[in-house]
Design a protein around this ligand. Structure first.
Ligand code: X2N
Ligand code: HEM
Length: 523
């Protein structure tokens, strides 16, 4: 007895640490049971589960470090459909065009985007909109927003963006820093492009009055919102850290500011600008007669600006980095500017942009290699059978699409890791865009290998605006500068640790003005 007792596990631990020892034993048992259950009790009616040692935590590290490697490794083991554990959630990935279709075109009664995103987005955007309302409300909110984003509006946006870019170059220390004769400098893109994006987006989508606030306190408040819009907050929405408290305070202040602007416009009876706020004020009445409140219109503005901000800033940064590594492409883009606009390069128009085929291919190619959103989620509402398999994804699990996977698959894109915008000019049979074979950026079917803007009922409404904004900004850079990567470093690797796929640091370029002195004054 004595011997047996002495040799027991507990006896090796100093007496005060029994609780810790108990905990350690519990964790060891949990790990062992978790591992055994995965190996021994694989349910044939469930998709295969990616093996993980730590219960709950699951595959967070390998997914979070490099989701594309994670998808590829597991696709080799399991095929297009498998489940992994991500910090307590069970995620079933469905890869390939079929998988995109399965997730993005799933029935509303089967899956829900709001159940997947709400806990992340609602504290940032506020109540009553986007994922904090029933899906039929979101559908109408998107329709209201979309009705602002017309060709007529875009015609007014292009010169506004041109003006904002010039003004930004002149003032920003990344560019002329107040000295319009500066000929060359090193610019940090992950500083400059988010700034340029928020100034141009707020000015066009939300009007002069909102834009003016970004020269003051608004930028800091949006910064606080950004720091509450992270994968950490996706996993732990209310994690009690300063970033969460600041996010909550900023949401209220930003929302109140939009409400004040709305009241002011009403008082002045001034709805003249083609912006999204005015469209909501004019059209924000749901089919059932319910009118959107000022608070909801305000919160909608936060959602739209936040969404457009991260995606677009990441895309322009990636595009400029790829251009820095490809002087031949830059030359061709400069020639295109002259061909489309004329030798003296008058200010850009929306019509000009539509004729810049290579520029638009460059954006399309950037989004192929660097779609900002690598994972799209839905929560399963009722048991979901996966066609062509015996798998059922049960209610409470998540399904996940990774539209970026086919975009870098050699099955669909020849030499997929090479940045080559001209590929888009080539035969359609090489790039199977969608079921109809349409070579359009607006592909409706989800069975397409190219879906940077998603598909189905949750598809992006911002695509055309993004092309106008990105096209104008990139064309301005091409006209004004040539640029390279510093020290002939390569294009940076992706960093997957924030909400959108960003380039890892350094994200600098060294720019040189074209024909210094011959240019018209920038201001
Ligand atoms: C701890 C690495 O980093 O091991 F914004 F009006 C506004 C998209 C939600 C993506 C969530 C998880 C990453 C864990 C890494 C609007 C324009 C939208 C559309 C694990 C160790 C919002 C969450 C990203 C999980 C990746 C999409 C956006 N157009 N914007 N371990 O929402 O559209 C909007 C729509 C989401 C995610 C993740 C980890 C309308 C680690 C290390 C660490 N993800 N992520 N938008 N991970 N690690 C948007 C739809 C909606
Ligand atoms: C939805 C990508 C810019 C507003 C989406 C989705 C994707 C996407 C993949 C689908 C999300 C899902 O299915 O879960 C992009 C990319 C952009 C971009 C790559 C830029 C390069 C914008 C801009 C706006 C915007 C500029 C606003 C003007 C929205 C909205 C939705 C959406 C409102 C609908 C969300 C839903 O219905 O659930 N976007 N987006 N996006 N995006 Fe974008």
């Amino acid at each position: 007895m004595d011997m047996l007792y002495r040799s027991s596990f507990v006896d090796f631990v100093p007496s005060g640490h029994l609780v810790l020892a108990g905990l350690a034993a519990f964790i060891v048992v949990a790990i062992v049971l978790n591992a055994l259950s995965q190996v021994l009790f694989a349910d044939p009616n469930r998709p295969p589960v990616v093996f993980h040692w730590i219960p709950v935590f699951g595959s967070a590290v390998s997914y979070g470090m490099d989701p594309y490697k994670f998808f590829e490794d597991n696709r080799k083991k399991f095929g297009d459909v498998f489940t992994f554990v991500l910090l307590g959630r069970r995620m079933t990935v469905a890869l390939g065009p079929q998988g995109n279709d399965f997730v993005l075109n799933a029935k509303l009664s089967d899956v829900s985007a709001e159940d997947a995103y709400q806990h992340l987005t609602t504290p940032v955007f506020g109540n009553g909109v986007i994922y904090d309302c029933p899906n039929h409300r979101l559908m109408e909110q998107k329709k209201f927003a979309k009705s602002a984003l017309t060709v007529q509006a875009f015609r007014t946006y292009v010169p506004i963006i041109v003006g904002e870019v010039r003004n930004y170059w002149l003032k920003s220390p990344q560019f002329f820093g107040g000295n319009p004769n500066r000929a060359s400098a090193n610019a940090h893109l992950m500083t400059a492009m988010p700034e340029l994006t928020i100034f141009t987006a707020s000015r066009t989508l939300q009007g002069k009055d909102i834009r003016a606030k970004f020269d003051e306190s608004f930028a800091d408040l949006y910064h606080d919102l950004d720091r509450g819009f992270t994968p950490l907050h996706f996993v732990f929405p209310h994690i009690p850290i300063p970033a969460s408290f600041r996010r909550n305070a900023a949401q209220k202040k930003v929302s109140d500011t939009y409400m004040a602007v709305i009241r002011d416009r009403r008082q002045r009876g001034d709805f003249s600008e083609f912006d999204v706020i005015n469209t909501f004020l004019k059209e924000g009445i749901y089919k059932d007669g319910v009118r959107m409140t000022d608070r909801e219109i305000a919160n909608m503005q936060i959602g739209i600006l936040m969404g457009g901000q991260h995606t677009s800033a990441a895309t322009s940064t990636w595009a400029l980095l790829h251009l820095a590594a490809d002087p031949e492409l830059c030359k061709a883009l400069y020639r295109e500017q002259i061909e489309v606009c004329g030798e003296d390069l008058p200010d850009l128009t929306y019509e000009n942009l539509q004729n810049m085929t290579l520029l638009n291919y460059t954006i399309r190619e950037t989004l192929r290699m660097h779609p900002p959103l690598h994972s799209l989620f839905r929560k399963v509402r009722s048991d979901l059978a996966i066609e062509g398999t015996h798998y059922v994804v049960p209610k409470g699990h998540y399904v996940m699409a990774a539209p970026g996977v086919p975009m870098i698959d050699s099955k669909y894109f020849k030499d997929p890791v090479t940045f080559r915008p001209s590929r888009w000019a080539e035969a359609k049979n090489e790039i199977n865009l969608d079921d109809s074979g349409e070579a359009t950026t607006v592909s409706k079917g989800a069975k397409s290998p190219y879906l940077p803007f998603g598909a189905g009922r949750h598809r992006c409404i911002g695509e055309q605006f993004a092309y106008v904004q990105l096209g104008t900004i990139l064309a301005m850079f091409i006209r004004e500068f040539t640029w390279t990567l510093p020290d002939s470093s390569g294009v940076p690797r992706p960093d997957y640790s924030s909400m959108v796929t960003l380039p890892s640091e350094p994200t600098n370029i060294v720019w040189t003005r074209r024909k210094v002195g011959e240019k018209k004054p920038v201001a």
